[in-house]
Design a protein around this ligand. Structure first.
Ligand code: FEO
Length: 128
């Protein structure tokens, strides 16, 4: 896993949402950092799911207030991620599945950071 260090270019122009993104990145980094402690992965995924839901609600409210285009598509993207996390959390109840899936989960989360926080979220940069 590549450790992601926050860069100013990743800012969406809202310090509160940037703080949320930093925290999400921090939680996601725990997944790659805990490969040898697979029993903890379920807890980390739950932490990520809880914080993602909190962040998505705040972000969607700000986008709605600022009348940002593409809100429904953005909401759908959030919902798909929450559903994926929920599935993984259920799957991780199996010790064998945890061992098999950890690398794939780490790769998915790294891709999600790049494709959502560093790309999709940039649609509202400077507007909220
Ligand atoms: Fe910052 Fe759209 O999640």
């Amino acid at each position: 896993m590549s450790m992601l260090e926050w860069q100013d270019s990743w800012s969406v122009g809202n310090s509160s949402l940037d703080d949320d993104h930093k925290r999400l990145i921090g939680i996601i980094q725990k997944v790659g950092g805990r490969r040898t402690l697979s029993k903890d992965l379920g807890r980390v995924i739950s932490e990520l799911e809880d914080y993602a839901k909190y962040h998505f609600a705040r972000e969607e409210k700000l986008m709605e207030e600022a009348d940002i285009p593409g809100l429904q598509e953005h909401k759908d993207s959030h919902q798909a991620f929450v559903e994926w996390l929920d599935n993984i959390r259920q799957t991780f109840k199996s010790q064998q599945a945890r061992r098999l899936l950890t690398d794939q989960v780490d790769d998915y989360l790294q891709d999600w950071l790049k494709n959502h926080i560093l790309t999709t979220d940039m649609s509202y940069k400077g507007l909220i």
